[in-house]
Write a protein that binds this ligand. Structure first.
Ligand code: FES
Length: 369
């Protein structure tokens, strides 16, 4: 099977939640506040770290006595590009500041193998139109999507709308220019700058609803686009989804990934007077082993699982990354927030355990499913 025809399930089975120490091969400066970090993957871990376009890794670091986990998207073509991530400095960012200021080749970082479903199976025999809309560091998974798709779907086209404040903030400028040079007829790049004059009025100014509408109209009929990929802050992603829905684009053609979230776990569920905080028995399967623990309606399933299994997988704890995904096999849960699972996954019974609280006496979930 070629890389282009790989289906999502073709990546190797992995032990969820397990970190491996990887050596940093290089740290390249992309902008004043962003770097690309490439890791050396030893031959014995090559299969474990094989990735699909659009996937991310989780890095772990202890900072101020506290464990910090962060997700970063892989920016290389899949499946054989280098394990390379883009790290943009965030205000107060415990890992991003470290990566920008201190990380150097030869250092070791704990890394969880690639995860994520921000992609679609490629179809080399088809000529499809793909469109991505990214802002800031949202370019990172999109770069992998574009490079892989243009290489493995030789008849398809890709349009990227990339929003930044100024030209100095544009990450991976060189890689994007290279892609344009190699695929001049199949790759269209619209760099939109909010605080500088862009190349045309359309590409100058903030991407508000009006600008967004004009950009989407300029791209062409939405019905002709096979897949839309959105990556950026929630406000932008929501605005694009709303606009596309208004243009009749079905939800299954819109794929999105957020790059951060403010909130953590949802607040405790409000119970009616007659409801009590009864105990729930949670059984979860992880790496082939089933463990049980008692929990209650106020506790997210992930928190309960972590009390008895330190390897329960998670990263953001905000309903964004999908690392804590598991299939609900028995019982019911309340999951008020979900920025990670697509409609098909929800229909198949998947939940985010960091956001789900039990609403039945027993709940069974499977992290391996
Ligand atoms: S840990 Fe990120 S969605 Fe649950």
């Amino acid at each position: 099977m070629t890389a282009a025809t790989r289906e999502r399930g073709a990546v190797p089975a992995r032990r969820r939640g397990v970190f491996h120490p990887l050596t940093v091969a290089s740290v390249e400066r992309l902008t004043d506040d962003a770097v690309a970090v490439t890791f050396d993957v030893p031959p014995e871990l090559a299969e474990e770290f094989r990735f699909e376009q659009g996937q991310h890794i989780t890095v772990r670091r202890v900072s101020g006595g506290e464990e910090v986990r962060r997700n970063y998207s892989i920016c290389s073509p899949a499946p054989d590009g280098p394990l390379r991530i883009g790290v943009k400095r965030l205000e107060g960012g415990a890992f991003s500041a470290f990566a920008n200021d201190e990380l150097k080749p030869g250092d070791t970082v704990d890394v969880m193998p690639p995860l994520g479903r921000f992609n679609v199976p490629l179809r080399p025999e088809e000529a499809r139109t793909h469109v991505a809309i990214a802002a800031g560091s949202g370019i990172t998974p999109v770069l992998s999507l574009i490079a892989t798709t243009l290489r493995d779907e030789p008849e398809s086209t890709f349009t990227l709308v990339y929003a930044n404040r100024t030209a100095r903030d544009v990450m991976f400028l060189e890689e994007l220019s290279d892609l344009k040079d190699v695929h001049p007829a199949r790759f269209q790049l619209l760099n939109v700058l909010s605080r500088e004059q862009g190349e045309a009025p359309l590409t100058s100014g903030r991407v508000d609803r009006e600008k967004l509408g004009a950009l989407l109209t300029a791209i062409g009929p939405a019905a002709g686009v096979a897949h839309w990929y959105l990556c950026g802050p929630l406000e932008l992603v929501d605005a694009v989804r709303t606009d596309l829905a208004g243009r009749g684009v079905p939800a299954e053609r819109i794929h999105f990934e957020l790059f951060h979230v403010e909130e953590g776990a949802p607040p405790p569920r409000r119970r009616g007077k007659s409801e009590s905080a009864a105990s729930t028995r949670l059984a979860f399967t992880l790496d082939g082993r089933t463990t049980t623990v008692d929990t209650d309606p106020d506790e997210p399933l992930l928190t309960a699982a972590l009390r008895v299994r330190a390897d329960a997988p998670y990263a953001c704890r905000g309903g964004v990354c999908g690392t804590c995904r598991a299939r609900l096999c028995e019982g019911t849960v309340d999951m008020p927030r979900n920025y990670a699972l697509e409609p098909a996954e929800l229909a198949a019974g998947y939940i985010l355990t960091c956001q789900s609280r039990p609403t039945s006496e027993s709940v069974t979930v499977d992290y391996d499913a």
